[in-house]
Write a protein that binds this ligand. Structure first.
Ligand SMILES: NC(=O)c1ccc[n+]([C@@H]2O[C@H](COP(=O)([O-])OP(=O)(O)OC[C@H]3O[C@@H](n4cnc5c(N)ncnc54)[C@H](OP(=O)(O)O)[C@@H]3O)[C@@H](O)[C@H]2O)c1
Length: 252
């Protein structure tokens, strides 16, 4: 799969019931992809699988798993490869926003956010990176967030989980890009999904369909990092440029 502008065909989706993942897999299904869907809610997962079949997916299989349970990852990943008859791309989409105020008061809450958004992803990436290096091809597309670009008082625990993920992906890319593996860090701004439905002005956030289209363009172009929608590259450049002496006084 080193050829640019070609979308992969055999795809593993972690967190397949996510709003962004569902919008992306609908587009992939329409192109005849084979999909292995992993999520923790059996009912939702079956509904997503049924939808993708009607939209043209060549093959759909599911696995019900709470991805916090990293002990189950190696078996699930081996099952996925077996079921799909090989693997061209892994798309890691699961994540939690968490409750910042609770996380400020209780380390266990902060640790749970870091476990789901960072450590469980590290577990998946460790297995997948070695698998792809062994076959000398593959795409790792991982959803991070603009929140990982700079810590803010309103969501720095979530932001830290994504910031750590960004650094991990950067180092992984530096290790395995030369082996023919594409590591894509996806940084969405606010998107209209279940994760943000409670937020004020959520209806003004980016539609998942637009975000999914931009993600698949980045996959096809074998990009390293993509902000979705693209305007967030400029917004985050400005935010990162604010001197810390000023930034620490802002209410963000
Ligand atoms: N929406 C945004 O504004 C935004 C912005 C930047 C980045 N992101 C990132 O985009 C990714 C997708 O989020 P989304 O916006 O599509 O929100 P979403 O619809 O709430 O999706 C989050 C998904 O993660 C799954 N999940 C959480 N913990 C899990 C676990 N332990 N095991 C298995 N699955 C688990 C959820 O499963 P259930 O359905 O079972 O709960 C859900 O499918 C996340 O990584 C998020 O951090 C979102």
């Amino acid at each position: 799969m080193s050829q640019k502008n070609v979308l992969p065909k055999r795809i593993l989706v972690l967190g397949a019931t996510s709003g962004i993942a569902m919008a992306t897999t609908r587009l992939l299904a329409a192109q005849g992809a084979s999909l292995y869907l992993v999520g923790r809610n059996a009912q939702k997962l079956e509904a997503v699988a049924g939808d993708l079949k009607t939209r043209g997916a060549a093959y759909v299989d599911i696995c019900v798993l709470d991805l916090d349970d990293t002990t189950q990852h190696p078996k699930m990943l081996a099952d996925a490869v077996h079921s799909l008859g090989g693997l061209d791309m892994a798309y890691i989409a699961h994540g939690v926003l968490g409750d910042q105020q609770q996380a400020e008061a209780d380390y266990a809450v902060a640790a749970a956010i870091l476990h789901t958004n960072f450590l469980s992803v590290v577990s998946l990436l460790t297995w997948l990176a070695n698998f792809f290096v062994n076959q000398q091809s593959g795409i790792l597309a991982v959803i991070s967030s603009v929140a990982g670009d700079r810590g803010r008082k309103s969501n720095y625990v979530y932001g830290a989980s994504k910031g750590a993920l960004n650094v991990f992906l950067e180092g992984l890319r530096n290790r395995i890009d030369r082996e023919g593996i594409n590591v894509l860090t996806i940084k969405p701004g606010p998107v209209q999904t279940a994760m943000t439905a409670h937020m004020p002005k959520a209806e003004k956030f980016a539609p998942p369909q637009k975000v999914a289209e931009d993600i698949l363009k980045a996959v096809a172009r074998r990009k390293d990092v993509v902000y979705v929608p693209g305007i967030w590259a400029i917004i985050m450049f400005v935010i990162r440029s604010i001197p810390e002496a000023i930034f620490k006084k802002l209410n963000l």
